[in-house]
Design a protein around this ligand. Structure first.
Ligand SMILES: [Zn+2]
Length: 56
């Protein structure tokens, strides 16, 4: 499978898979934490989504 962020084959690295449920097919996959972290950062996926975050 291709890395969701960089498009390289994830099997060549230390792959991570992202799915919405434990039994479901992965919706995204990444070479390693570097690609995952950069993808999250660039897509701003964590903005306002932390479960325990509150504006003080
Ligand atoms: Zn990658």
């Amino acid at each position: 499978m291709e890395c969701t962020y960089c498009g390289l084959p994830v099997e060549d690295h230390d792959p991570l898979y992202l799915s919405t449920a434990p039994e479901s097919e992965p919706t995204a996959q990444f070479c390693n934490y570097g690609c995952l972290a950069t993808y999250i950062d660039e897509e701003e996926l964590t903005t306002g989504t932390a479960c325990s975050w509150s504006p003080e």
